[in-house]
Design a binder for this molecule. Structure first.
Ligand code: PLP
Ligand code: TYF
Length: 396
């Protein structure tokens, strides 16, 4: 049965982790994977979740099955965070939100559901994008193609190219959009760009699917959800995959959500029933713990405020590292402008390092980055920054 099975390539990012872990060199640095590390190089256990954990432990309960679409209190908190407590869409019961296994699980449920509605649709993803987008939508049976996004010349968005490529898509194509903190480039659309894009989506009858894995890492929880409010106000129906892996530092709990904005409450009820069917056929129902933690935090004004403070600290630390990296590289490498590092948002910097330079960083300096030149700003700290600066200066 298995004799003809060939060896699959490693995931370009998670595979790097495996290589990093088995590297025996002391002082090695992992700037590959998109995970937030604190100044001490550890994944932080947030105080807000720690307190939520304690209160959950005080009232132990056997883990029965959750409803197919997840913990109701959790789904409600998620809706408030994404759409705002006073959202007209929520009041009109036009939004279906289902707990999902991280942002990845939300994308997968959304993709499987869309496949039943639009079996022949093209899925358009940004060039470049998170590698897993292609795998997820390709795996759900869609043809996946890229649209122009990053402009290496200006180190910004190629908006004209993006619009041209989206305009050329057949109606009812699915357009995957990074809501904020674009992975891997760190380059986002601004509010005016989003408005232009939304008009085009309407005009061309495209299906927007937002991916928001880094809410809170650009400017703040509210600010980073701007595109969600713009789409909500546009009258369009759309899908939104969201995740608490990064913003709550709950990577291994696999906690996220899929939200679907529908045209009416009746439509929402029918959509929910079909989404539940997709979930049932995949994993039946989701695990409890992550949802219990997040809803305990978001359901408490005090813990929620504490969480926002901790998130603000994470964001601030990344910005400080951006400033330091740009400044120190500017001092070490003459004749080059590194200010683009401070303009990029979220966890990553698209550094412009070539694949060869990334190889040299790994082979000669034990510094791991993604082959595309993406480096994780959240893995830098005051102890490793100089080592990274001097290695980058040497390979440049
Ligand atoms: N979407 C993007 C753009 C990501 O970078 C990630 C990263 O992990 C995800 C989705 C998935 O997140 P999760 O770990 O919650 O599945
Ligand atoms: O881009 C990243 O590094 C994160 C983590 O298959 C990640 O999004 C990377 C690859 C993957 C799953 C998560």
């Amino acid at each position: 049965l298995f004799s003809a099975v060939t060896l699959a390539p490693r995931d370009p990012i998670l595979g790097l982790n495996e290589a990093f872990n088995s590297d025996p060199r002391r002082g090695k640095i992992n700037l590959g994977v998109g995970v937030y590390f604190d100044e001490g190089g550890r994944i932080p256990l947030l105080q807000a979740t720690c307190k939520a954990q304690q209160s959950l432990l005080a009232t132990p309960a056997a883990p029965g099955y959750l409803p197919i679409d997840g913990l109701p209190a959790y789904n409600q908190c998620v809706q408030h965070l994404l759409f705002g407590e006073k959202s007209e869409l929520l009041q009109a019961q036009r939004v279906v939100t289902c707990q999902a296994l991280g942002g990845t699980g939300a994308l997968k449920i959304g993709a499987d559901f869309l496949k039943t509605l639009l079996p022949d649709a093209v899925v358009a993803i940004s060039d470049p994008s998170w590698e897993n987008h292609r795998a997820l939508f390709g795996g759900a049976g869609f043809k996946v193609q890229g649209y122009r996004y990053y402009d290496a010349q200006s180190q910004g968005v190629d908006l004209a190219g993006m619009l041209e490529d989206l305009r050329a898509l057949p109606p009812r194509s699915i357009v995957l959009l990074h809501a904020c903190c674009h992975n891997p480039t760190g380059v986002d659309l601004d509010a005016d760009d989003w408005q232009v894009l939304i008009s085009l989506i309407k005009e061309r009858d495209l299906v927007p699917f937002l991916d928001m894995a880094y809410q809170g890492f650009a400017q703040g929880i509210y600010e980073d959800a701007e595109v969600v409010r713009l789409l909500a106000g546009s009258g369009l129906t759309f899908l939104l995959a969201s995740s608490f892996s990064k913003s709550f530092s709950l990577y291994g709990e696999r906690i996220g959500a899929l939200s679907l904005v529908c045209a009416s409450s009746g439509e929402a009820e029918r959509v929910r029933s079909q989404i539940k069917r997709v979930i049932r056929g995949n994993y039946s129902n989701p695990p409890i713990h992550g949802a219990a933690l997040v809803s305990t935090v978001l359901g408490s004004a005090e813990l929620s405020a504490l969480w926002q403070q901790e998130l603000t600290q994470m964001r601030g630390r990344i910005c400080a590292m951006r400033q330091m990296l740009a400044a120190r590289l500017g001092e070490q490498v003459s004749g080059r402008d590194f200010s683009f590092i401070t303009r990029q948002r979220g966890m990553f910097s698209y550094s412009g390092l070539s694949a060869q330079q990334v190889d040299r960083l790994r082979d000669e300096f034990a510094i791991y980055a993604v082959g595309s030149g993406r480096i994780c700003m959240a893995a830098l700290n005051h102890s490793n920054l100089e080592q990274v600066v001097s290695a980058i200066a040497k390979v440049l």
